[in-house]
Design a protein around this ligand. Structure first.
Ligand code: AMP
Length: 446
């Protein structure tokens, strides 16, 4: 299939050509026609499938006719990084259209956003908390909205944003077209979809499986030998750019420093960084200044790093969905990639869950010449496995997204405070216990 089959407006088609896209990805092939036909769409697709262009292209096409200078399309995303990434797609694909986009998220000054909104923009990409602030302050006019996209809806739910989303929805014209994208369909998102989508077309790719171009391998190792093994792995692997995941921001920071000391161009992404430093770290990773980025799940959420050659799970994620999200960062859009996961004995149950979800047995590898028998030094408490956090959702949402380990990627202090004041709303599925280690096995039973 060719992009020409969609009959996109010529200026939008020019953007597609300039972006170097030749043929649509499966989610684009499925979603673009119904979106262009004005239908509501529920898209089940994870990051890395090309889902952003699947909604950006029809939006650009639609906005080519009609009035300019009013907000006509609103895209809501859970994190700043994802919002920026979507905004970049709008810019790249729409660079010939003269349509204007604005990003709206917390953690940065509000005035530049107000000025840009005042100057007139047709497309707003926003995170929920700051968007709600603008709505409450009357600094955004959404009365002419034609199209709403909720991107990574399951993540917004995990981060406790669902109440905000529902508040925002009250301010939007009822006659709009709505698209909802989510990698998974937890019950609350299904309910939301049922409430807000009218006669939706459902499109689905991947069925929660990572890109086929990714090679997975497990590296069984004792906890205290993870860093030496990682160094060995990096030494022996031809890596272009490596995204390493740790369980906590503290571990991300420490590991980043250790890799730097070992001579690698490494940087860590963690919540205590200012927005400028976060952006610098991300930009540096994207342009190759840094070869290695160490991050937690929440910090890395939505990062578009199309050239990641390796994803290394220094710590195994807490759910199969998180594994798939992490792995989605490599092997994107038909590139191939490798995903290595270090596993300790404690991780056996999680490995089984991941393998069951992927319906595959992951290859166990050992590193030739590596001494797996080195005993743990007595006071090696630094990198000892921390106690698991309460993980009733797919992520440490209640704790992580609010104030704990997470960098609360796109959220302002206000967002976090808002969530703290709404315990139980969104972050944790109703009835789920907190701090329950046996939860994984129950979840996969669903
Ligand atoms: P996404 O899932 O939207 O985050 O997209 C993943 C990556 O695929 C991004 O780097 C896009 O620029 C790229 N991409 C999206 N659509 C296409 C396409 N049709 N052909 C090639 N690359 C694409």
């Amino acid at each position: 299939m060719e992009f020409t089959a969609f009959n996109l407006h010529s200026q939008v088609a020019a953007g597609v050509r300039d972006a170097g896209y030749t043929s649509p990805t499966p989610i684009q092939a499925q979603a673009i026609p119904p979106v262009m036909a004005g239908r509501d769409v529920m898209g089940l697709a994870q990051t890395g499938t090309g889902k952003t262009a699947a909604f950006v292209l029809p939006i650009l096409h639609r906005l080519m006719t009609g009035e300019r200078g009013r907000v006509r399309a609103l895209i809501i995303a859970p994190t700043r990084e994802l919002a920026e990434q979507i905004h970049q797609s709008v810019r790249t694909l729409g660079h010939k259209t003269r349509l204007r986009g604005v990003t709206v998220y917390g953690g940065v000054g509000v005035n530049p956003q107000v000025q840009k909104l005042r100057a007139g923009a047709e497309i707003v990409v926003a995170c929920p908390g700051r968007l709600l602030d603008h709505i409450n302050q009357g600094t955004i006019d959404l009365s002419h909205l034609e199209l709403l996209v909720l991107d990574e809806a399951d993540q917004m739910f995990d981060m406790g944003f669902l109440p905000d989303i529902r508040r925002i929805l009250k301010h939007l014209p009822a006659g709009r077209q709505t698209l909802l994208f989510s990698a998974t369909m937890p019950p609350d998102i299904r309910t939301l979809a049922h409430d807000i989508l009218r006669d939706p077309v459902t499109v689905q790719v991947g069925n929660v499986a990572p890109a086929v171009t990714v090679t997975h391998a497990l590296y069984p190792v004792e906890q205290h030998l993870k860093t030496p093994l990682l160094l060995e792995l990096l030494h022996h692997t031809d890596t272009e750019s490596v995204l390493i995941f740790t369980r906590t921001k503290h571990r991300a920071k420490r590991l980043g420093e250790q890799l730097e000391k070992a001579g690698y161009r490494a940087v860590s992404l963690q919540g205590n960084l200012s927005q400028n430093r976060r952006q610098a770290a991300l930009d540096g990773f994207r342009d190759g200044t840094f070869q290695i980025l160490v991050a937690t799940d929440i910090a890395a959420r939505g990062i578009d790093v199309s050239q990641v050659s390796h994803v290394i799970n220094y710590d195994i994620p807490d759910t199969a969905e998180a594994y798939i999200h992490r792995i989605g960062r490599t092997g994107r859009a038909a590139r191939s990639g490798d995903a290595f996961t270090m596993v300790t004995r404690d991780d056996a149950a999680m490995v089984r869950i991941i393998e069951r979800t992927l319906n595959a047995t992951l290859e166990r590898r050992t590193m030739d010449g590596f001494d797996y028998k080195v005993p743990a030094p007595k006071k090696d408490v630094e990198f000892a496995r921390p106690p698991r956090q309460p993980m009733p959702g797919r992520k440490p949402a209640g704790k992580g997204a609010g104030k704990g380990e997470s960098p609360a990627a796109s959220r302002t202090a206000k967002d976090a405070a808002r969530q703290r004041h709404q315990p139980g709303q969104g972050a944790r599925p109703a009835g789920a216990p907190s701090g329950h280690r046996g939860r994984h096995s129950r979840r996969t039973g669903n």
